[in-house]
Design a protein around this ligand. Sequence first.
Ligand SMILES: *[C@@H]1O[C@H](CO)[C@@H](O)[C@H](O)[C@H]1NC(C)=O
Length: 598
Amino acid sequence: GAALGKPRKMCILPPLALLCLWLTAPYAAAREVRYKSGDPVMLYVNKVGPYHNPQETYHYYKLPVCAPQQIVHKSLSLGEVLDGDRMAESVYKIEFRRNMEREPLCEQKLSVSQVEELRQAIEELYYFEFVLDDIPIRGFVGYMEESGFLPHTHKIGLWAHLDFNIEYNDDRIIFANVSVRDVKPFSLDDVREPLSLTHTYSVRWFPTNVAYEKRGDRLRDSSFFPKSLEIHWLSIINSMVLVFLLLGFVVIILMRVLKSDLARYNLDEEGADDMDQGDNGWKIIHTDVFRFPPYRSLLCAILGVGTQFLALGTGIIVMVLLGLFNVHRHGAINSAAILLYALTCCVAGYVSSHFYKQMGGDRWVWNIVLTTSLFSAPFFLTWSVVNSVHWANGSTQALPATTILLLLTVWLLVGFPLTVIGGIFGKNRAGNFEAPCRTKNIAREIPPQPWYKSAPVHMAIGGFLPFSAISVELYYIFATIWGREQYTLYGILFIVFAILLSVGACISVALTYFQLSGEDYLWWWRSVMSTGSTGVFIFLYSVFYYWRRSNMSGVVQSVEFFGYSFLTAYIFFLMLGTVSFIASLRFIRYIYVNLKMD
Ligand SMILES: *[C@@H]1O[C@H](CO)[C@@H](O)[C@H](O)[C@H]1NC(C)=O
């Protein structure tokens, strides 16, 4: 097996190494800059967008603002591009440690339609983002005041002056922000003819003794966006207590029931007279319970990709915990996730073809194709729709063609070959299925089942319990990704992930036991579905979040939100379905091994 795999592995290594370098270089390189007094400090303009729609951003120069004759763009790392950054040089002239007061920036003539454009943006609470020495500086474009019920007044003003405050330590910049505290907004109300205005700015330098290495913390402590995610310990403890009670309950009950079942069955065996009396239960189906299910290839592909995401999720959380990311820019996580996804494709291939071989499958190519496309096809479809909408609206979140090509290359040169290699290894390493009981040729008839043992009921129970264990946390995660909150309790995230998986496994074992005790042996697909349905609950929650808990609006943001919520729900389906199946399989092996056979 290894001999078959090795040469292929060798030829994939060089492009892989190159890619790693390319992806990580922008983060590894120290971009630290030292200045002398009077050195120019470049301020880049980045993006603007509605405050409540984090994934809808536009190029700063799309608005009628002070712009240079020739727009000069800055080259960006992959993470920055994925994050919707599009930096360009600004017309602000800032010099290191030189204070400036009311410096004119530019004279602007605004037509009526341009004023209308600005008013529109201010009404949608547009904020802007500049970047100075890698520090994001954010502020609102304008000012809006609504007051009085009758008569209703509606005032809109533009910030035509900005105060920059920059903190420095010796020869390095530590912190920067922009404030409009002492500024009067320039009114844009009742404009009927073109108007001209002068933009101005001030720069104030403050010495500080915060070390350069600590500037990330300084940034996090005084962010433009609110920081309100600290006080949910109680709800976490609450859900943890609930979960432990639940788990304890399931484990204890199952242990007792199993013990008495086993005692009874194994006793029956010796005094074989009262056979027909006590024998209805899971023992009687031992000749059917290991009969392989239909659609094996699909089942194995789900297990493969599910395992891959379990590894990926754990990997990312651990990396964030170890502080390997520059967390105040999301892009770092995005590009690391893409790289890790490509690298973990071998896990998917391995697990999928391993199970497929054990279940006696022989359509290898089909199995591998199914495994590679099980996630990448839905992802690509969703992404194309979302990207087209961004592109049609001129949002900077639309990926440029070069980035798309790069991502495709990553998938073609790394993801797909690694799936194939994993598949070859998995197939060659796989042995027998090692079922503890022999399967008879003729399948037993399954007696009619009561309604509470039907698949929809099991799916409702098996989906709701894991979901309720994480529902509180889900709010914070959604608020971080789709809102402006900042999540910093990554340790909690890890605990919640562990809780989710263990609740899923326990529920799955309990439901499988109930199913088998009704002499229904079709547990393979049922176990995947019953806990995998957590994904459905997560999608329903995301609909609830959109309508009730967020201020998102507009086509661009909605398409992005629902597209990626669907993918998230799908990933949860794959992960929990896998955990659930493997837990059930281990459980079933365990109980039938302990059964004394004739
Ligand atoms: C900006 O930074 C200055 C100097 O550190 C500080 O005094 C001020 O409160 C900050 N303003 C805002 C709006 O954060």
